[in-house]
Design a protein around this ligand. Structure first.
Ligand code: UDP
Ligand code: MG
Length: 311
């Protein structure tokens, strides 16, 4: 039996050696083989240099895939899955917020409970602020209402699964990758276990509010066509409102003889309808843009260097 740990790294120069040491420490005497598949996601610091050193030393089996530029964590996970050779595959961050010891527990669950194919960890105590927490909860309730797949709130990418799950994920070759959606879409029996995220060992997080917002939009557009229906509904509602207003104006003129009030109403209606139309075109544009990206059929990542180890 063999376990592959897939580790996406973007500017994690100070963390990679420490991460490897933690893995060796956690898996010494575990009784099965393991390998680490590091994916350098176009880092600008000494990450690749340090990974090459780890690969040369081979204190434990280490593979390195290096991207030609930053393609994002999702692309890194995809590349890692393509190069992982284990029977069990684990996705884990390089910053030691997620302890490798937990992966050992996950493998034990998969070994002892054959009814499960995936063990996913969720954060039991989050240290983030109330505002962010509110936005995250709103996102999950919106997407779970709109989409046919159900996303588990709080479940992270930190998970371990069987080879069959990895192969199913690899069949989804979409360019815009939203991994929470992909995990939900492929299905399989999943066991959720709580974990507490540690402090980042070194460096800073790559996420900020705007990146998270973009990621949320990515999820909604990628996993639901409901926003398109929204434009149809909006169109119907404004049409009905326009007819009602027309009838009201006629009654006003005939019954009370009030002249049609003009200027302000016209300006407001033009602005309102104009913005509704732009809004709807924007929504359609999001989908057309994604179709355009996908039809170009570009690879999800470009690897400039792949360092394998001798099996
Ligand atoms: N990461 C990556 N490419 C990116 C951004 C992040 O490979 O463009 C990696 C990063 O090196 C880390 C993991 O994804 O191993 C999670 O990133 P981070 O710690 O910044 O996210 P957080 O833990 O704050 O959610
Ligand atoms: Mg982190």
């Amino acid at each position: 039996m063999k376990l592959s740990l897939i580790v996406p790294c973007y500017n994690e120069a100070e963390n990679v050696a420490e991460f490897q040491a933690a893995v060796i420490n956690a898996f010494s005497g575990c009784g099965y083989d393991y390998e680490i598949v590091f994916v350098d996601d176009g880092s600008h610091d000494a990450t690749l240099h340090n990974l090459r050193k780890l690969h040369q030393k081979q204190e434990c089996p280490v593979k390195v895939i290096s991207f030609s530029r930053n393609f994002g964590k999702e692309a890194g996970l995809y590349a890692g899955l393509q190069h992982a050779s284990g029977d069990y595959i684990s996705l884990i961050d390089a910053d030691l917020q997620q302890r490798p010891e937990i992966v050992r527990d996950m493998v034990e669950i998969l070994e002892n409970e054959p009814q499960y194919d995936v063990v996913a960890a969720y954060q039991d105590r989050r240290s983030e602020g109330k505002v962010l927490s509110f936005f995250k909860q709103s996102f999950y309730s919106i997407i779970n209402k709109l989409s046919s797949v159900k996303l588990e709130p709080d479940a992270s990418d930190f998970r371990t699964f069987r080879r069959s799950v990895a192969e199913s994920i690899l069949k989804l070759g979409e360019y815009h990758r939203f991994s929470k959606g992909i995990f939900a879409w492929v299905g399989y029996e999943t066991k959720f276990i709580p974990y507490t995220a540690c402090e980042r060992a070194h460096g800073t997080t790559k996420w900020n509010f705007w990146k998270l917002l973009n990621y949320a939009i990515e999820g909604i557009i990628g996993y639901s066509t409901a926003p398109l229906r929204l434009s149809v509904i909006l169109g119907c509602v404004t049409a009905v409102a326009a007819v009602l207003y027309l009838l009201w104006t006629i009654v006003e003129k005939l019954v009370w003889g009030i002249a049609v009030p003009g200027y302000a109403t016209i300006i407001v209606l033009i602005l309102l309808l104009g913005s509704c139309q732009l809004f709807c075109i924007g929504i359609i544009g999001e989908y057309v843009g994604r179709t355009f990206e996908q039809t170009k059929d570009r690879p999800i990542y470009v690897a400039k260097e792949i360092l394998e180890y001798e099996q």
